[in-house]
Design a protein around this ligand. Structure first.
Ligand SMILES: *[C@@H]1O[C@H](CO)[C@@H](O)[C@H](O)[C@H]1NC(C)=O
Length: 353
């Protein structure tokens, strides 16, 4: 979309200022970022879990029913997920492939890949309980990726990816829903505040590890209004399935601490550009005012009864997914993800350049 709007401007300018054409086109032509690298959980996983022994995978219908060719790819939605929309909107490529895809070519590596693994979190216990790739594991895979890029394309190309590439992290919801409230190792040893700090400390050391490898442009999504996910309404929202307030409170507490830490790191790590990306207030507004955004239903997901099903429990779907904010009881539809990603790019991208 960036390139598209620029092109329209270019055409309008063309009749007056022919000479402006060339420099503008160079700025537009995907050169804003050479590559996009993503870490995180099922919000951004594009199929890494297909290759793992875990129940947290979705490489079967109805997942992917609206993806190109109607293919289930391991994306936890009906179509594209935020990692795809980021590369699409920036004009880098159409979708962001998972690093564990055995068919990846070297050209795929050079414009970025995805290390995210559904079911994971900032708390190492979260990925351990789900048998998926922890953030530490994702970092190890990223180091392996860097070596591949260096040996195939040279040190300079690798350094450009590190310093000019966009690095995105999106995780945290599973820590709250799957680990904190359900696991005695966490619930009885941490209050809200100290658990949110544990999550933020993990995020902070991950970002510093990336920085120490040479990464400079980092965007980190906060968590959504977790209490308003259809599954949490069902489990914690009472007979009326209202948003579960204590889950939203923990989400806000975590987001506040995370955004403070990101500001701190951005101000203290030389040449780092770091932004905290809102995934709370915009999604909350979409959930509370779905018609404003072209949706009709926001309290149940499209698959199954919409109240509790995810993954293999998703057997049948609603008749018109375009009416829904949520695809299953835990994940947004691709139309909702597109709105959230466009908002991020419009608001924050200039801060990362
Ligand atoms: C599906 O829902 C969308 C959004 O409400 C609407 O624009 C579209 O016309 C619907 N399609 C059908 C076939 O009903």
């Amino acid at each position: 979309m960036y390139c598209f709007t620029h092109l329209i401007k270019i055409e309008m300018l063309l009749s007056f200022l022919l000479l402006l054409l060339l420099p503008l086109q160079v700025t537009c032509n995907g050169s804003k970022v050479p590559a996009v690298i993503v870490f995180g959980d099922s919000v951004v996983d594009t199929g890494n879990n297909n290759n793992l022994q875990t129940i947290f995978k979705v490489n079967y219908p109805p997942y992917g029913q609206d993806f190109s060719g109607g293919q289930p790819t391991g994306r936890f939605s009906n179509g594209k997920v935020p990692s795809d929309f980021i590369v699409e909107e920036l004009g880098v490529k159409d979708v962001l492939p998972p690093y564990l895809d055995p068919n990846l070519q070297i050209e795929d590596l050079l414009t970025g890949v995805n290390f995210a693994s559904g079911g994971g979190g900032y708390d190492p216990l979260t990925s351990e309980l789900a048998s998926v790739i922890s953030l530490e594991g994702q970092l190890e895979l990223f180091k392996e990726y860097l070596e591949k890029v260096k040996s195939a394309a040279g040190e300079e190309v690798a350094n450009t990816i590190l310093s000019k590439g966009l690095f995105v992290v999106a995780t945290g919801s599973n820590d709250v829903t799957n680990t904190y409230f359900n696991n005695p190792l966490r619930k009885y040893h941490f209050d809200f505040d100290s658990y949110a700090s544990l999550m933020v400390n993990s995020a902070s050391s991950f970002l510093q590890d990336l920085y120490n490898l040479g990464v400079r442009r980092m965007g980190v999504f906060g968590v959504p209004p977790i209490g308003c996910l259809p599954s949490q309404r069902t489990l914690q929202g009472g007979a009326l399935r209202e948003c579960a307030l204590k889950y939203n409170e923990l989400a806000v507490l975590f987001n506040t601490k995370l955004s403070m830490e990101i500001n701190y790191l951005g101000n203290n790590l030389p040449f780092a550009k770091m932004v905290y990306i809102d995934a709370y207030y915009l999604p909350l507004d979409i959930i509370q005012n779905p018609t404003k955004y072209g949706f009709d239903v926001s309290n149940v997901g499209c698959c199954g009864t919409g109240t509790i099903e995810v993954a293999f429990l998703c057997k049948f779907t609603c008749t018109n997914v375009s009416e829904y904010v949520f695809w299953d009881s835990f994940h947004f539809t691709e139309n909702a993800y597109r709105i959230i990603v466009r908002d991020f790019l419009n608001k924050d991208m200039n801060l990362l350049m």
